[in-house]
Write a protein of this length. Sequence first.
Length: 114
Amino acid sequence: QVQIVESGGGLVQPGGSLLLSCVASGFTFSAYDMAWHHQGPGKQRELVASISRGGVVRNYSESVKGRFTIFRDSASNTVYLQMNSLKPEDTGVYYCSPRGSSWFGQGTQVIVSS
């Protein structure tokens, strides 16, 4: 069955960095575009970054563009989100998924606070 496990979250000060990881199994990872989503406190989940199957095309929401980088390693079925220059509004739970699917993991919590 599909398994998606996100990790790497934590508490970080504004301006800091985190690297999130997502390991996927149970489907053909290389056949899917992948995406990271952010759900802030009391808000709906929103897509913040996506990467094409081959890793060439990457898209970002305006809120994270220039600060976050998505990349993937098909050899290990892993997609990453490098988060730099973190802001308090980046606080929330981050999920990854095959883009357009309803497959999500349990998420990883990020708290940006001084």
